[in-house]
Ligand binder design. Structure first.
Ligand code: URQ
Ligand code: ZN
Ligand code: ZN
Length: 485
């Protein structure tokens, strides 16, 4: 009774539908959902006229990432606090080991950085090199540390790039473990050569960045990763699908029954490549991220991909570098640290440009901002649900609340915002993380360390089907599965 909260009068929206209902929270979990709950509670939150939705899950962030000679300015506490202000109550960040660094050591390092989080979090682990210790450590991470997803950067040659030898070795190991493989799909060899060619032509500004990473470079890598996953019989998740070329590779695979998941960043849905032609070098440089922003036809296709279910999740790839940090590439676009903000803005941007335009229903919005990620990364219904027993990660979503996005007023630790000046209608009014109010009346009440690491078991129900299904036409798997007669 002491720590119970009754959220009254709202319309509960889940990925499966919406209905007028009250939600009772006791301690850290939801205990009841139903109409006109008369249960006494220590605290009442009035949600009349608003929606009650599962807290957003952002499956792709990089808080305080050491990268390209600097460290991302947003840390795990400030970033998860800003996320809460925007209605996101969980992030899945990335351990990115240096080549030859034991992945288990890197994981332990990231755990010390991430323990200051204000909301719950989890960690994907990137495979940036290969030998027997990597093979062994992947097993330890699955068995003892609740890691069920391994990331592969197909770009960033001479840094963290995974070539085909690493991809194949790691995908085979992931299949043994029942883990999910995720990829940053850009052909790193082509990027490297195109960067060189463009710079040698005398193009050194941010406008050189998209020229060195055309859609074909992403489409090739997406297709290659998908086919490797198909042959090896592993489920695959493509992060930041940004263009028609990779979207078509995903759609072809899904229509062929292959278990491929794909993510789209909120910024890739609403920002186009004209940003790189901004006469203000700093503004253009703040939009340098990979894959780059694309011409308008790609945004149209991505919205259709989201509506059609070819793209299942939305994320931000929140990886912040302040103006001074971006200026490392003042004379050479190849040295501009890649990354943008977005963790506070994702849900408002998606509601305004998705639900208010009729592209998405409120339920589809919930699926794309929370539930699908919970299911794919195997933490549903603990997360991504509004049901008895689920964590009380809840957002009172006010469809009429207007916000003009600006670096002057946002909570993200960066002196710029890629959505600067964009007004979005539909925002978080109240955010709860495991039953604790972190955001209300425009005020954050987050505490470092309140967030907990979330274990993610392997062999999600969504993948087992894939593994078996692939075995049928995977010659290696078929022999292995054949019973001796
Ligand atoms: O590639 C990524 O996802 C990281 C390094 C963030 N930077 C970016 O430009 N996307
Ligand atoms: Zn990436
Ligand atoms: Zn990323």
């Amino acid at each position: 009774m002491t720590s119970s909260i009754l959220i009254q009068g709202g319309t509960v929206v889940t990925a499966d539908g919406e209905a007028r209902a009250d939600v009772l929270v006791d301690g850290e979990v939801i205990t009841r959902v139903g109409k006109d709950l008369k249960t006494p509670a220590a605290r009442i939150i009035d949600a009349s006229g608003a929606y009650v939705i599962p807290g957003g899950i952002d499956p792709h962030t990089h808080m305080e990432l050491p990268f390209m000679g600097t460290v991302a300015s947003e840390d795990f506490f400030s970033g998860t606090s800003a996320a809460a202000a925007g209605g996101t109550t969980m992030i899945i960040d990335f351990v990115i080991p240096n080549p030859k660094e034991r992945i288990l050591d890197a994981y332990k390092k990231w755990r010390t950085w991430s323990e200051k989080s204000a909301t719950d979090y989890s960690l994907h682990v990137a495979i940036t090199w290969w030998d027997q210790t990597v093979y062994d450590d992947m097993g330890t991470l699955v068995r003892d540390h609740g890691v069920n997803s391994f990331k592969h950067f197909m770009a960033y040659k001479h840094a963290i790039m995974a070539d085909d030898e690493i991809l194949v070795a790691s995908f085979m190991r992931a299949r043994e473990l029942g883990a999910l493989c995720t990829v940053h799909a850009e052909n790193g060899e082509l990027v490297y050569r195109l960067q060189q060619q463009i710079f040698d032509l005398g193009i050194s500004g941010p406008e050189g960045h998209p020229l060195s990473r055309p859609p074909a470079v992403e489409g090739e890598a997406a297709h290659r990763a998908i086919r490797i996953a198909e042959v090896l019989g592993v489920p695959l998740y493509l992060v930041h699908t940004s263009c028609i070329d990779s979207l078509e590779a995903v759609a072809r695979a899904r229509l062929a029954g292959q278990r491929v998941f794909a993510e789209v960043l909120s910024q890739h849905l609403v920002i186009d490549d004209s940003v790189y032609r901004d006469p203000d070098w700093n503004k253009a440089a703040h939009h340098v991220m990979s894959p780059p922003f694309r011409s308008k036809e790609h945004q149209i296709a991505l919205w259709r991909g989201l509506q059609a279910g070819m793209l299942q999740t939305t994320a931000t790839d929140h990886c912040c570098f302040c103006t001074e940090q971006k200026q490392a590439g003042q004379n050479d676009f190849r040295k501009i640290p890649n990354g943008t903000n977005g963790v506070e803005d994702r849900m408002g941007v998606l509601w305004h440009h998705g639900v208010r335009t009729g592209r998405l229903t409120p339920s589809e919005f919930v699926a794309a901002t929370s539930t699908n990620a919970a299911k794919i990364f195997n933490i549903f219904p603990k997360k991504g649900a509004i049901a008895p027993g689920s964590d009380a990660d809840l957002v009172i979503w006010d469809p009429a609340k207007s916000r003009t996005i600006s670096a002057k007023t946002h909570h993200q630790k960066i002196d710029s915002n890629i959505y600067e000046g964009m007004t979005v209608i539909g925002n978080a009014a109240v955010t709860l993380s495991r039953g604790k109010v972190l955001w209300q009346n425009g005020k954050l009440t987050t505490e470092p360390g309140y967030g907990r690491y979330v274990n993610r078991p392997c062999n999600a129900p969504y993948w087992a089907a894939q593994t078996l299904r692939n075995a049928q036409h995977n010659p290696v798997a078929v022999q292995r599965n054949q019973k001796p007669n």
